[in-house]
Design a protein around this ligand. Structure first.
Ligand code: FAD
Length: 408
């Protein structure tokens, strides 16, 4: 038994990534600090540290826009007190086809209805904001001034620091094995270093959440895939407060990073990564560069930003990110185990959703209501056959690019 391990607490959070830390921070903000966050490595060592950190506001889904708005409010609040690398530089969303233009109009309608600023702009206005861009094949774009980027590690540390200052306990180097059940409810959490009595367990274990869920026969269908961006050397015309951009028809996005460009993709036929195939321990680690997979998107990047052809590449960052079978997060309470909550499978939007979804989950735990329409996040939207590894390895291949699909 680890002597640091408390004997009891009200809430145990498994996983100290941006999601677990946000849930802890939000609980503390709502007045509950009787919380222990248990992290098997170090806080932020999973997927969070290598995130691109884009903070977004645009979606055709009103529930998502509300989550993004709450996250933006929290980011602005934390930015007042901490250096979280927040830059509200805005974001340009491009359209190459009439169908995409139609989608942008839908986005605009939803944002306007929810009082979120957004502006339709012409290709020449895009060029003014992003002079490095080729806009010859662009029909139009949206500009969302509230978008920006953060340093994901700094954001996670800000959540942690304030939660800790308010009394939340963070334990690193401790692994959660499972929840212990009594009369259909969580009564304790078993770790590799002893057991903590508690009323609530929250599974925020990122790409490990499925394995952790299985220890209690809870299906949390998600699976990691390789997920990438390149970082270039310094480029002329790339400036610090340059808007971030998304070019969904090319499956690429980008932004400034230390004077160069960060160019990322949501690839087709993504490559699944088994947890058991990761080097151990997989803390602050990356996968090998995979240029074969990235090259089609580099070509898209060059089409959009011709100067990319000439610039040196610093690195191809390849890290696993878990996707669910519909690329939507799991945000729910387990059907057969009361007070076992899940927030995982953020499908490449965990940093931007951390504040809003963390707040909704904290409210649910504290007040018995998430105050959010959770129908699209429920675990039961999938049958247990969808938690089979063979199925997941197949279906997640289409999920990153599905994010930008016009059919979905
Ligand atoms: C290349 C790339 C670019 C991205 N860009 C963006 C972006 O621009 N914007 C955005 O919003 N998102 C982005 N994402 C996605 C985002 O990084 C993730 O959605 C987010 O970091 C997930 O956070 P998490 O806390 O759920 O998972 P993690 O950060 O992985 O945290 C889970 C933690 O749980 C711990 N853990 C696991 N099992 C246990 C256990 N049994 N006991 C105790 N601890 C355990 C792990 O060690 C880990 O630290 C990107 C991801 C990648 C890979």
């Amino acid at each position: 038994m680890n002597s640091q391990l408390p004997r009891n607490t009200r809430i145990v959070i498994a996983g100290g990534g941006v999601i677990g830390c946000s849930v802890a921070w939000n609980l503390a903000q709502l007045g509950c600090s009787d919380v222990v966050v248990i992290e098997k490595g170090q806080v932020g060592c999973g997927t969070t540290w290598h995130s691109a950190g884009n903070i977004i506001r645009m979606s055709t889904d009103p529930a998502a826009v509300q989550i993004f708005s709450e996250s933006a409010r929290i980011i602005a609040e934390l930015h007042e007190r901490h250096d979280i690398g927040w830059r509200q530089c805005g974001r340009v969303m491009l359209a190459r086809s009439e169908q995409r233009m139609q989608e942008l109009e839908d986005v605009m309608r939803v944002l306007e209805r929810l009082d979120v600023s957004v502006e339709q702009i012409s290709p020449s206005a895009v060029k003014e904001k992003l002079p490095i861009m080729n806009v010859d094949d662009i029909l139009g774009a949206l500009f969302s001034p509230g978008d920006g980027r953060v340093d994901p590690t700094a954001l996670t540390n800000a959540y942690r620091k304030e939660a800790k200052d308010n009394g939340v306990v963070f334990l690193e180097g401790v692994e959660v094995y499972r929840a212990i059940e009594q009369n259909g409810r969580v009564s304790a959490v078993e770790t590799d270093q002893g057991t903590i009595q508690c009323e609530v367990m929250v599974n925020c274990a990122g790409m490990w959440a499925r394995h952790l869920g299985l220890a209690n026969n809870i299906d949390i269908p998600l699976y990691p895939v390789e997920h990438f961006y390149v970082l270039t050397e310094t480029m002329e015309g790339v400036y610090a407060d340059m808007p971030t951009f998304r070019d969904p028809d090319g499956l690429i996005y980008g932004r400034e990073e230390v004077g160069g460009l960060l160019l990322g993709c949501f690839d087709r036929n993504a490559i699944p990564v088994g947890i058991e195939d990761l080097p151990q321990p997989f803390e602050f680690s990356l996968l090998n560069e995979n240029w074969d997979q990235f090259m089609p998107y580099m070509a898209q990047g060059i089409q959009r930003i011709p100067a990319l052809k000439e610039v040196g590449i610093r690195s191809l960052v390849n890290g696993p990110e878990s996707f669910t079978p519909d690329a939507e997060a799991h945000f729910d309470q387990a059907e057969k185990l009361a007070n076992y909550f899940v927030l995982a499978g953020l499908s490449s939007s965990g940093v931007t959703r951390s504040g809003g979804m963390g707040r909704a989950l904290a409210k649910w735990i504290m007040h018995g209501e998430p105050e959010l329409d959770i129908s699209s996040f429920k675990l039961t939207r999938f049958g247990s056959e969808c938690n089979e590894e063979t199925y997941l390895r197949k279906v997640v291949r289409n999920m990153p690019s599905g994010h930008f699909s016009l059919e979905s």
